[in-house]
Design a binder for this molecule. Structure first.
Ligand code: NAD
Length: 495
């Protein structure tokens, strides 16, 4: 086991790790706390405040006050960018600490957090900080008879609710454009994984962001989350999570006429044609379904394989899945950690039962796993299923290391199978015939189509969903910065 850093021990021992409201470390108004567990051991590692409506109200007021009075909103974009760059540098400097906190909280391997989640969040801050410097706040409109321009202002208070699979990465993706645009933010992290978001507040303070610019209220979804989404004092709402909760958020925002961005679930497919390098594709897709223990909204969960390579591909994929090292996130060789909670493990195991009960066949059994020395952790083994295309495991988001493989004959059949899904987040096409790959990529209805790879994220390439997978423009694109700005036309008639 990798040793826990003294800074991480100290951070956890400050339990309860308090919330950040208006520049103060704050307990919940009701005095209650919630437990935070290491899913690799099943043990409680910290407590955080069980924030509720009163705390949300305080945080929204603090964010409004900071928007009006802290100077953040009026600060020249390049000065704000300096502070955001400083924050990104501090994230890099503390990456080892944050990666351990994230690994303990989510269960993911430290190397995965340190190699991707943490540096990618820092890079997102730099991307939007730089973009904001080069974004014109005033643009003339050439319309005959008028002297007109568009002026862009920050909205005010931007609210964020995040899920538990990539807590730190998603904070970066979410709040970076909002802050770069000059807004203040209130964040409600997932109750299972609040710790790295609280650490983010420490770094924001150290970087010199004025008090009240970044506020975090920890707590449950139906209390703190619902209070934030329904608060009349927020000016924009960004939600990442399940479609079921996304609907509730959109309803609340609809009542208050608050603009909303939703990044929701998925049931991504990979379409594999017969001209691929089979072992390489099998390795890549086994890697995709076990990444973050399958708790990845956009990953490839339905594998559509051309009939002529079906058996060869399935054999290679089973080999890859079987050799995935499962273990605690702090074990150096671990590629796949536990699921985030016992509740999530019950969900995944329940899907396997329901899938088998309604006609799916196990090509690889999967199921609960026991890891020596960590017997109380929430581990599962990867599973591979096949069977009818309308099986529950082929239709619904499982959010675990479970793939469903389906054979197809011709291109049109594969496209039809993929587009049956009500989700629309991300799919991939695998072929050495680039003309075909591009044609099929454009025929798949989703926010993202990847070619000869799956799970691709780069600053400047928009990432979002359609249909059940979300609305409102997504994240990571240059346009995302404008999503956090309010346009205003200023017009004078020319006589
Ligand atoms: P979830 O919807 O259960 O919870 C997400 C967040 O919403 C949590 O912070 C939770 O406390 C809060 N919440 C729950 N009930 C609420 C309510 N009534 N009002 C307000 N807030 C409430 O999702 P989850 O289980 O944490 O995460 C998994 C889901 O997130 C999956 O569907 C996954 O695909 C999706 N996801 C999507 C993206 C994306 O970019 N599209 C990224 C990551 C995860």
């Amino acid at each position: 086991m990798i040793a826990t850093l003294p800074e991480v021990k100290k951070f956890l021992q400050s339990s309860p790790v308090n919330m950040r409201i208006g520049g103060q470390w704050t307990a919940a108004a009701n005095g209650k706390t919630i437990e935070v567990r290491d899913p690799g051991e099943g043990a409680v590692i910290a407590h955080v405040p069980d924030g509720g409506a009163a705390d949300i109200d305080l945080a929204v007021r603090a964010a409004r006050e900071a928007f009006r009075k802290s100077g953040w909103a009026e600060m020249p974009a390049n000065d704000r960018a300096v502070l955001l760059h400083r924050l990104a540098d501090l994230i890099d400097k503390h990456a080892g600490i944050i990666a351990q906190i994230e690994s303990l909280d989510v269960g993911k391997p430290i190397a995965a957090a340190a190699g991707f989640d943490i540096p990618h969040a820092a890079q997102t801050l730099r991307y939007y900080a730089d973009l904001s410097v080069h974004t014109r706040r005033r643009e003339p409109i050439a319309v005959s008879g008028f002297d007109a321009r568009t002026v862009r202002f920050p909205f005010g208070v931007c609210a964020f609710i995040f899920p538990w699979n990539f807590p730190f990465l998603l904070v970066g993706w979410g709040v970076a454009p909002a802050l770069a645009a000059g807004n203040t933010v209130v964040i409600k992290p997932a109750e299972d994984t609040p710790l790295s978001t609280l650490y983010f507040c420490r770094l924001a303070e150290e970087a010199g962001l004025p008090p009240g610019v970044v506020n975090v209220v920890t707590g449950l979804g139906h209390t703190a989350g619902a209070a934030l989404a329904g608060h009349a004092g927020i000016n924009s709402m960004s939600f990442t999570g399940s479609p079921e909760v996304g609907r509730l958020i959109a309803e609340s925002c609809g009542r208050n006429l608050v603009p909303v961005k939703l990044e929701l679930g998925g049931k991504g497919a990979a379409v594999l044609f017969e001209d691929i390098d089979v072992p390489a594709a099998a390795q890549a897709l086994a890697g995709a379904i076990t990444l973050n223990t399958g708790q990845v909204c956009c990953t490839a969960t339905r594998w559509m394989v051309q009939k002529s390579i079906f058996d060869k591909f399935v054999g290679a994929a089973i080999q890859e899945l079987e050799k995935t090292p499962i273990g605690h996130g702090f074990e150096a060789g671990t590629k796949m950690g536990p699921l985030v909670s016992e509740k999530q493990r019950r969900r995944v195991l329940g899907y396997l039962e329901r899938g088998a009960g309604s006609g799916a066949e196990f090509l690889l059994r999967g199921g609960a796993a026991t890891v020596a020395g960590h017997e109380n952790g929430f581990y599962v083994k990867p599973a591979l299923l096949c069977g009818p295309a309308d099986n529950v495991c082929a239709r619904e988001e499982i959010f675990g290391p479970v793939a469903y493989v389906l054979p197809f004959g011709e291109e049109e059949e594969a496209i039809e199978l993929v587009n049956r899904s009500r989700y629309g987040l991300a799919n991939s096409v695998w072929s050495s015939d680039l003309a075909r790959a591009n044609r099929v990529a454009e025929s798949l209805v989703a926010g993202n189509s990847w070619i000869n790879a799956h799970n691709l994220f780069a600053h400047g390439i928009p990432y979002g969903g359609c249909n059940l997978s979300g609305l409102g423009g997504g994240v990571l694109g240059p346009e995302t910065l404008l999503d956090y700005m309010r346009p205003q036309s200023v017009v004078r008639p020319l006589q």
